[in-house]
Design a protein around this ligand. Structure first.
Ligand code: B12
Ligand code: SF4
Length: 590
């Protein structure tokens, strides 16, 4: 708000300078504008000697209209699209990267954000914009490239950043400017050079910024009610060193954390905007630095007690969470209801070969059950396609998942992501086929030559998905999880909700009604569904909310699994050997 006044002053001076521009030189006008801008705009860093030397006679545009666009995700297992419909939501989470970038841009710039997952990108938005800033993951590349093309056709300047910029070569993104890495330390310079018309084609952050330099994300730009979960980031990076992981390639191995007060400010901002539901702490590994995580958790426990608001938390962590009872208790007390764990494979030789050593020398099943016993639902990431995988891996994977009580098991085919140690190793071994498309579920093949026959691997993968997301298998896992969890409903005292896990939210209630109609009345699997509901009513009344949410999630996975089974298989699947696969794609080994 405090920038409105200076902005009006600057506009007036610009206007005035424009009017008398005939009588004063352009150089003077530029100096006046630059002086006022630099004086009133605290976020802009002083111009470097280099940028001064290249400064053109006039500013290209200032202040600029910045349009931030988030491309559409394809419909995959992890888009949760069919479950979100039940909740009346259009996407799972907002584009936090762009909200952060928006907050880093000069305060005087005008900003709009269009997330094409929840709204349409209109021509009038493009007409309004001076510059378009796009973010995305590798998997969004099709939509991103189409938007870049649309902008180019209008002569609009484009900047692409986010994880996609680390996965796809800058030239292939077709944007005017590409930013590789985290934006905190370089946005001021980029913004200035955009204004001056001197921006370079590629920017790469020299070092990873401290998280304390990350601003309060601009929540005002999003249509909050269209998302099922809000996001807050506490840390970036992970201390482990898994061979296939691009997190450590992009965000590094030293966990960098925000100050506790920063996180609380972000939560206060969400609360002030009316949010009361789930918040995903989108860390690569929330417990990368356990002591700091505990410090934050103690503050969160206190914060929740004070604000007496819903706020359930979800996060991602490594499996060694199970070794620290204090940490799990604190997470439970702070309102963590769900945690995503990278389990990867029940085969220890695969874990060792991929350097996932923190998952070895332990019973994976016991570790999962321990975390569940603290009231946290475990979501698991699993991978098929390791060099160590033998024919029995498919059965072992299904058996493990069923015994784990992990309802949402995210099984994917191994992908060698550019920039990872795995990609480099396979490249040296001459086994890389292409850089992949970021989708490890609906793909017809891995992007490298696997040890197992490629067609068999994909076929086995699809069988695993079909088996674990059959109605019976899925509900069995949900029931196992419910039997282990100590979930409790929100407690109320004197009409006020005490801090605690808020199971029956407004969204859950809506999902409940829609689910009864769609799954219970019209669903193909309605008998399994009603059997499940009756069991919940009889045995797990203490957690009807999560049971219903999981029933709805199951619907999404069943729809997607049906599609996966009927997905057209490429001829390569029947090629029979990795060598033929490489020849048939005609792709040059990178
Ligand atoms: C939350 C999350 C999700 C959410 C969706 C969030 C959303 N709305 O986009 C969910 C759970 C749905 C999800 C799903 C998937 N995800 Co995800 N996800 C994340 C996670 C954990 C946090 C994202 C986030 O909010 N980060 C916080 C912001 C602040 O960071 P940031 O986006 O990197 O932004 C910074 C910079 O990149 C840069 N920047 C970003 N955008 C821009 C734009 C411009 C113009 C500029 C200048 C700079 C810039 O500045 C920001 C500040 O420094 C990241 C990991 C991570 N650390 O980011 C993975 C991550 C983004 N996901 C990843 C993947 C692979 C997936 C899936 C494809 C998984 C799968 N196997 O299917 C699916 C795809 C979904 C689908 N529909 O199919 C990968 C992407 C890798 C890549 N190179 O593309 C990541 C990096 C994790 C990983 N393993 O490496 N994901
Ligand atoms: S534990 Fe997870 S985030 Fe950390 S290096 Fe391994 S795969 Fe990456």
């Amino acid at each position: 708000m405090d920038l409105i006044f200076p902005w009006e002053v600057i506009s007036f001076i610009q206007f005035f300078a424009g009017q008398v521009g005939e009588s004063i030189s352009g150089g003077v006008r530029q100096s006046v504008t630059a002086l006022v801008r630099d004086a009133l705009q605290p976020t802009a860093a002083p111009p470097s000697a280099d940028s001064c030397a290249r400064r053109p006679p006039f500013f290209e545009r200032w202040p600029m209209n910045a349009l931030l666009i988030y491309p559409e995700f394809p419909e995959t297992f992890w888009s949760f699209k069919h479950a979100l419909k039940f909740l009346g939501k259009r996407a799972a989470q907002p584009p936090l990267g762009l909200m952060t970038v928006a907050a880093l841009l000069p305060g005087a710039w005008k900003k709009r954000l269009v997330d094409t997952n929840v709204e349409t990108l209109r021509d009038r938005d493009l007409k309004w914009a001076d510059v378009v800033l796009l973010s995305g993951m590798h998997i969004q590349s099709e939509s991103l490239l189409a938007i870049v093309e649309r902008c180019r056709a209008r002569g609009l300047r484009t900047v692409v950043g986010g994880p996609i910029a680390s996965s796809i070569p800058a030239a292939e993104l077709k944007a005017d400017h590409v930013v590789i890495g985290e934006a905190e330390s370089l946005i001021a310079g980029l913004a200035r050079e955009l204004e001056e018309g001197t921006a370079r084609p590629v920017y790469q952050a020299a070092e990873r910024p401290e998280m304390t330099s990350s601003p309060l994300p601009d929540v005002s730009l999003i249509k909050m009610r269209r998302y099922s979960t809000m996001t807050v980031q506490y840390s970036r990076g992970c201390p482990f060193n898994c061979e296939f992981c691009d997190i450590i390639a992009i965000y590094g191995r030293r966990p960098r954390t925000k100050a506790v007060a920063q996180v609380l400010r972000e939560l206060d901002q969400l609360r002030a905007a009316g949010w009361r539901e789930s918040v995903f702490i989108v860390d690569d590994n929330f417990i990368g630095n356990k002591e700091q995580a505990k410090e934050l958790l103690r503050a969160l426990v206190e914060w929740r007690t004070q604000v007496a608001a819903g706020f359930d938390f979800i996060t991602e962590a490594s499996l060694n969470l199970a070794d620290d009872s204090e940490l799990m208790q604190l997470m439970k007390d702070a309102g963590f209801i769900s945690v995503f764990l990278g389990i990867e494979t029940p085969d220890e030789s695969g874990l060792i070969a991929s350097n996932k050593l923190q998952n070895t020398r332990r019973s994976l099943l016991e570790s999962v059950a321990k975390i569940q016993s603290y009231g946290m639902q475990v979501m698991g990431g699993f991978i098929l396609g390791f060099d160590t995988d033998k024919e029995d891996i498919f059965d072992r994977m299904v058996e493990f998942i069923q015994k784990s009580g992990i309802p949402i098991a995210m099984v994917g085919l191994l992908q060698a992501m550019p920039g990872t140690q795995l990609f480099r190793r396979l490249q040296q071994e001459g086994r890389i086929v292409d850089s992949g498309d970021g989708d490890n579920t609906f793909c017809d093949r891995p992007n490298f030559l696997p040890r197992m026959d490629a067609a068999r691997l994909v076929e086995g993968y699809r069988e695993v998905m079909k088996r674990i997301y059959s109605c019976e298998a899925y509900y069995e896992r949900v029931k196992l999880y419910l039997s282990r969890t100590q979930a409790r409903p929100s407690e109320r005292k004197h009409g006020e909700r005490k801090a605690g896990q808020q199971w029956l939210t407004r969204d859950n209630a809506r999902a409940f009604v829609t689910s009864i109609v769609r799954q219970g009345v019209f669903g193909r699997q309605r008998w399994s569904y009603w059997k499940f509901l009756l069991t919940v009513a009889a045995r797990y009344r203490h957690c009807v909310g999560p049971a219903m949410t999981l029933a709805v999630m199951g619907y999404h996975f069943q729809v997607m699994t049906d599609r996966l089974s009927s997905a057209v298989k490429s001829p390569m699947l029947h090629a029979g050997s990795g060598e033929i696969l490489l020849r048939e794609t005609g792709t040059q080994v990178l």
